[in-house]
Design a protein around this ligand. Structure first.
Ligand code: AHM
Ligand code: MG
Length: 333
């Protein structure tokens, strides 16, 4: 067992910084702020059934969905933390129509989903936060939209927080994926998973199969049919698990292996998940853990975003499983 297990997140970040030349102290400030914000959100998520924070605000978010109060609260807490760090000159959130660009000398850019899987809030099932961090590329006084519209392969860090039976903070800076579990007795995140490696092949698939008839890619249908057939060598049929919260479904996929998908369907011709807030950060984490993140036709991290809230089809997970899905797509399209 590694002697680093149990190390507080703040010390871990400092140690990692020393190991990787070029890394700067600024980064620990950023991660500390995000970790602290997540602890505030965690406190509210824990009380979600008790306090009057549930229910709809009646407003619509940019996708025309009704926004729940805990989403707004989480967005506010993370925005405050991001601004307080003084390191970000551009920020975009799934819950905000417009990006925030400021001239504060900050060298970094962040996109985030403050509360992913929010339909799970009032039924006491896992929800999460996702973030993606880039270096600023423009040089004028004010940040620009191009700073935010960088492809995922330019991410310098990405992570998620899962508010589950315990709260975990999982992140990568491009040197592997590390997981920290919140210890309420100590009031901080402690290293519990290092480094996370996704199994080469899994035996679970995760997709909203209710959309089967509406999927646009015939190959996806054929692949799912194939997963249900009996075959000892490839350990089929696979089991199906779907929580409906990408953070939770990806978290399981990272640890247990298998495949997670949100393919294009007639209602969502580009898939449902957002490139900047969901597909890119999770894709970076999956790749850093040794997995593959694809749309079925191209690597997610190579897509150059055109708009802030753009959606993409998502297929990610164990290398064997994602390659197989892509084979089916190629064969049946
Ligand atoms: P949200 O960010 O508005 O909560 O929506 C994103 C969520 C993902 O967490 C999850 O993978 C997906 O939507 C589930 O969608 P569906 O209910 O269509 O299966
Ligand atoms: Mg969301």
């Amino acid at each position: 067992m590694s002697e680093r297990l149990g190390m507080p997140l703040s010390r871990f970040i400092l140690e990692e910084q020393r190991k990787h030349p070029g890394a700067r102290g600024e980064f620990s400030i950023i991660m500390e702020q995000l970790a602290t914000a997540s602890q505030v959100v965690r406190g509210h998520v824990r009380k979600a059934g008790l306090v009057d924070i549930l229910g709809f605000t009646g407003k619509l978010n940019v996708f025309g969905e009704r926004v729940r109060r805990l989403d707004e609260f989480s967005n506010h807490v993370f925005m405050e933390a991001i601004k307080t760090s003084g390191r970000f000159c551009a920020m975009a959130s799934e819950e905000m129509k417009e990006a925030v660009l400021i001239s504060n000398g900050g060298e970094y850019v962040i996109t985030f989903d403050p509360l992913d899987g929010s339909s799970n809030i009032d039924i006491n099932i896992s929800i999460g936060t996702i973030f993606s961090i880039f270096k600023r590329t423009s040089s004028g006084e004010m940040a620009t939209m191009d700073d935010l519209l960088q492809p995922g392969n330019k991410q310098i860090a990405a992570g998620y927080i899962i508010y589950g039976s315990s709260t975990m903070f999982v992140y990568t800076t491009g040197h592997g994926v590390y997981g920290f579990t919140f210890d309420p007795a100590v009031g901080t995140y402690l290293l519990s998973h290092e480094p996370i490696k996704i199994p080469e092949k899994g035996k679970i698939y995760s997709v909203n199969e209710g959309n089967y008839k509406h999927w646009i890619e015939n190959g996806i249908k054929k692949y799912i049919d194939w997963l249900k057939e009996k075959d000892e060598e490839t350990k089929r049929p696979y089991s199906m698990r779907y929580i409906g919260c990408m953070v939770a479904d990806i978290h399981r996929t990272l640890l247990k292996g298998g495949i997670f998908m949100y393919p294009a369907d007639k209602k969502n011709p580009n898939g449902k998940l957002r490139l900047l807030y969901e597909a890119n950060p999770m894709g970076f984490i999956i790749e850093q853990a040794g997995g593959i993140a694809s749309t079925g036709r191209e690597r997610i991290l190579d897509i150059v975003p055109e708009t802030l809230h753009q959606r993409v089809p998502v297929i990610m997970g164990s290398p064997y499983d994602v390659k197989k899905a892509i084979e089916f797509i190629e064969q049946y399209s």
